[in-house]
Structures are given as structure tokens and as C-alpha cells.
Design a protein around this ligand. Structure first.
Ligand code: SF4
Ligand code: SF4
Length: 291
């Protein structure tokens, strides 16, 4: 079974993508391990940009089943309304009105079970797509992309994770930013979580939220400090007083930030940054061996 590592951050802009693609790159270079990277940041996936020469393996649409009420069969009994825990159904008997609100519906199917009149059927609705790339023989990169206007991030992430090859040595999940449901969906089955932060007050504030979430979920985690050298001491004080494991520090480099902007961070990695990633890779290898 694959060792699953989620890379998360309490907010965007901390360098989560940079850390994800670099770890992917360095882990794959280690002993020819088979590695998958799942881009679960489905509203704005961008991991694939850093692998322009990767071959496209396949592209598949992701659907969900959306209930539809036939008002000719419906008796407006409101049983389905009572069954729907997401308040996604509106039934107004005097108006002979019954409809499903697609943006609230979670496609759980409970209303279909509830209806004794067989008035509810399902139709397929596209909510996103999944694109698989192969940067190298031992590397899979699978990107989930939410359809514009859809709010089914969690469902797209669920489908994306089902597509991960189970026999890979390591699977990386690049999580969406924040601490909301899509993040929980991404990290809930991870064996280990890497939290990416930066030494600023904003970075610290969002890191605290992530730490609370992971402690509540009883997840093992460690912290990577990106853009080290910027900001102030408060992040370090917090990490020390809470005895949180620091996996590594990625020093801030103006030159590297410029390469990021060009999508070229894997070709010209400064030695100091290479060394930082190597030590994170070693820490992950050690965790995997203990699993
Ligand atoms: S349970 Fe069936 S019959 Fe009753 S309101 Fe819902 S759709 Fe109509
Ligand atoms: S499928 Fe589930 S969430 Fe959607 S309307 Fe029916 S009961 Fe509600």
C-alpha cells in the first residue's frame, strides 16, 4: 500500500505548490520509487505547469448523479424534504412545486429512497475532469479540475483520489489552501501531513488553524518553513513552545521566486534549496519505512 503524504497550508501563497512539486521531483529521483502526485487544489490546479514535457495519458470527465423530481408523479408529501439533511429540496404543496437545488445537493441519494411514488430519478451532471500525465516512467501526475460554476470540490477530490494507483510507493496529495471541507477530504486518509508555512504573522495565524484541525483529526504532521529568512521570530517561538516538528526550512531566494514565476523551478535549483529538500525527503523515507 502506498505511503500517503498530504501537503497543506492554512492559506494560499505560502509555497505549497513549490514544496509539492519539488518533493515529487526529489522523491522520484530516489531509488526509482514509483510516485504519484495528485493535484487536489481542484479550483486552481497548477502542478502540471512545472512538468511541460510530461506525456498526456488520459483525460476523463467527472460526473455526479443529480436527482430530478417529476411533478406529474409527485404527491407533494414532503417526505424527501425530511430525508434531505442538506436542505436541498423545496416542496410547496399548495403551489404543486417540487425542485432540487443543485448547488446544495450532495448526491447522497436519500431522497430517492424516501420517495414512495418513484417521482425522483437521477441525471448525470459534469462537475469536473481528471487529467493524468506521466512526467517520467516512475511518476504519475493526476490533476483534478472543478468545472467553472460547480461547488462540488469535495466530490471531485474524492474521485481524484480513487484514481491513484494503489501500488505506488508514495502518493502525494497537494491539498487546497485553507481548512475547509475540501482540505479535510484531501487529508483525512493521509498517513502523514506536511504543513507549509512562512515566517510571517499571517503565516503563523493560518498555521495555528491547520495545527488545530490536524490535532482534532489525530493526524501526524511536521512543518516546512518556506521563505525562511523573511519575517520575524514569532513563528519559531510558536513551533518551539508547542514542540512541533520542523522538517526543514527552504531559504527565501529572489532568483528562485523568479524561476517560479516562469514555471521553471525544477531545472535550476540552488544547492542550498536542494539540500533542504533532500533532508525533507530523508525524513519522509524514514516515516515510510516505519509504516
Ligand atoms: S417524496 Fe416523492 S412524492 Fe413526496 S414530495 Fe418528494 S418527490 Fe414528491
Ligand atoms: S441526493 Fe441527497 S442531498 Fe441531494 S437532494 Fe437528495 S437527499 Fe438531498
Amino acid at each position: 500500500m502506498s505511503f500517503r503524504i498530504a501537503i497543506a497550508s492554512g492559506k494560499g501563497g505560502t509555497g505549497k505548490t513549490t514544496v509539492s512539486v519539488n518533493l515529487y521531483h526529489f522523491l522520484a529521483a530516489n531509488d526509482g520509487l514509483r510516485i504519484s502526485l495528485l493535484d487536489c487544489d481542484v479550483e486552481e490546479p497548477n502542478d502540471a505547469i512545472f512538468f511541460p514535457d510530461a506525456s498526456l495519458v488520459k483525460e476523463v470527465e467527472i460526473f455526479r448523479d443529480l436527482p430530478v423530481i417529476d411533478t406529474d408523479k409527485c404527491t407533494f408529501c414532503r417526505r424527501c424534504v425530511e430525508y434531505c439533511e442538506f436542505n436541498a429540496i423545496v416542496v410547496i404543496p399548495p403551489a404543486n412545486y417540487a425542485e432540487v437545488n443543485a448547488s446544495l445537493c450532495h448526491s447522497c441519494g436519500a431522497c430517492i429512497v424516501a420517495c414512495n411514488e418513484s417521482a425522483i430519478t437521477e441525471r448525470k451532471e459534469t462537475i469536473g475532469k481528471m487529467t493524468s500525465f506521466r512526467p517520467e516512467r516512475n511518476m504519475n501526475l493526476i490533476e483534478g479540475r472543478l468545472k467553472i460554476g460547480s461547488s462540488m470540490q469535495t466530490m471531485v477530490i474524492k474521485e481524484l483520489k480513487k484514481s491513484a494507483p494503489a501500488d505506488d510507493d508514495i502518493t502525494l496529495f497537494d491539498a487546497p489552501p485553507g481548512t475547509s471541507c475540501p482540505v479535510v477530504e484531501t487529508i483525512h486518509d493521509a498517513d502523514y501531513v506536511i504543513l507549509v508555512t512562512e515566517p510571517t504573522l499571517f503565516g503563523l495565524h493560518d498555521l495555528k488553524l491547520m495545527v488545530e484541525l490536524l490535532e482534532e483529526m489525530d493526524k501526524e504532521f511536521g512543518v516546512v518553513i518556506n521563505k525562511a529568512g523573511l519575517g520575524d521570530q514569532s513563528l519559531y517561538d510558536y513551533l518551539q513552545s508547542n514542540q512541533l516538528e520542523v522538517l526543514g526550512e527552504i531559504p527565501f531566494s529572489q532568483e528562485y521566486a523568479g524561476l517560479y514565476a516562469k514555471g521553471d523551478i525544477l531545472n535550476k535549483i540552488p544547492q542550498e534549496i536542494k539540500n533542504s529538500y533532500q533532508s525533507i525527503v530523508e525524513a519522509m523515507e524514514l516515516r515510510r519505512s516505519k509504516k
